[in-house]
Design a protein around this ligand. Structure first.
Ligand code: F6R
Length: 365
């Protein structure tokens, strides 16, 4: 059942504190404050490079993973959409690690990319939610997301648990490669263990987000989402979520790309969602908000108390999420963008759990 919620999507959004914790606990050692991956048939820390491959929302988890692995583990990471990857002639470094991310484990393009990578001498690691799936079976190793069954077509808890697995992979590889000291590992894994309770706090903003959805998003024809760094994939994810369930045209953009074209779209009819946790890129994103507002744009800002203080005079709405270590911000900020899409769709009266033209698993291309 829907656990008292109107839709599976709402139930699955609200399950996130629990399933994020479950996924993390499978790899976190609380006494040592260390992350331990299950035994793998290859040494993931010894690989010359990593390739992240997936479709849709799973690919956006992979993009966050790329940013994390490059920054913390110093490993070169390529990122690709499975549907592009499989029809190019990608050049693979022998002995590389290919990571396939999939909720269903049955996505046709992701599976085809996995088979290609096996032929090209890659160690193939699957991050999947369905342990009995084809991708789980065919990969050399699996890191499971423990999200439980996801029924709503729009991916929610699968995405945040994919991020948890990628965060753990990042910490484990960084330690093994000597790019992260013990103190940093303890700090970042400590930040991860706080995500379930912080996520529960985010869910308390549900009513406020519902009001914003109704007032500002339901009437919109186009919506822009902006972010930098690991908030850029979150902007893409926010836009994807909104368009697939509310049928409102939405685009995610790297905030720094605004002046290279999309700023021409801005006027008072286009809400601009800004994902801006307080991190080392915050001031840059803040100046992009300034530019949007100067052109009449309506900025809806997701930040923490410090960021909201800084931007509230500019923004139409500014929502203060709990302050967290920037490392875990993408996991937390996924939640309000899901809630925003959900409430807009409910308000528009679309079929939230079963949006038109979409299937839960895309098993044919
Ligand atoms: C978006 C969504 C899709 C899936 C994509 C990949 O909300 O659900 O974009 O993320 O079809 O599916 P999996 O993860 O099953 O490979």
């Amino acid at each position: 059942g829907k656990g008292g919620h109107r839709h599976f999507m709402a139930k699955e959004i609200f399950e996130q504190p629990q399933v994020i914790g479950d996924t993390l606990n499978a790899m976190f050692n609380p006494t040592e404050r260390t992350i331990t991956l299950p035994p793998l048939p290859f040494d993931p820390a010894a690989v010359p490079r990593i390739t992240m491959i997936a479709c849709g929302t799973a690919s956006l988890a992979g993009m966050v993973g790329k940013y994390w692995l490059e920054q913390h583990a110093g490993i070169p990471v390529d990122w690709d959409l499975a549907s592009e990857f499989r029809y190019r002639a990608p050049v693979m470094t022998e002995g590389g690690l290919a990571v396939f991310i999939s909720q269903s484990g049955e996505t046709a393009d992701t599976l085809a990319a996995l088979r290609y990578c096996k032929q090209k001498g890659q160690h193939c690691l699957a991050i999947v939610n369905s342990p009995e799936s084809t991708i789980a079976r065919e990969a050399h190793a699996v890191l499971p997301t423990l999200a439980g069954p996801e029924i709503g077509v729009a991916s929610t808890k699968a995405f945040t648990t994919q991020l948890v697995v990628l965060a753990c992979l990042t910490i484990a590889l960084a330690r093994a490669r000597g790019t992260m000291d013990r103190a940093t590992e303890a700090r970042l894994s400590g930040a991860l263990t706080e995500v379930p309770s912080r996520a529960a706090e985010v869910l308390n903003h549900d009513e406020r987000i519902r009001e914003i959805a109704q007032e500002t998003f339901t009437p919109a024809r186009d919506v822009l989402y902006l972010g930098r760094g690991t908030s850029y994939p979150l902007a893409l994810e926010g836009a994807l979520k909104l368009k697939e369930i509310s049928y409102i045209h939405a685009e995610g953009y790297a905030a720094g790309e605004m002046k290279h074209g999309p700023i021409a779209l801005i006027d008072e009819t286009v809400p601009v969602v800004v994902i801006a946790p307080s991190d080392e890129l915050f001031e840059k994103t803040a100046s992009n908000v300034q530019e949007v507002v100067a052109r009449g744009g309506k900025a809806v800002v997701f930040s923490d108390a410090a960021g909201v203080e800084r931007l509230k005079h500019l923004a139409l709405e500014a929502i203060a999420l709990p302050a967290v270590d920037p490392f875990v911000a993408p996991i937390l900020y996924a939640i309000p963008v899901q809630q925003l899409a959900y409430h807009t769709a409910v308000d528009k009266g679309t079929d939230v759990d079963q949006p038109r033209n979409l299937a839960k698993a895309v098993t044919v291309e």
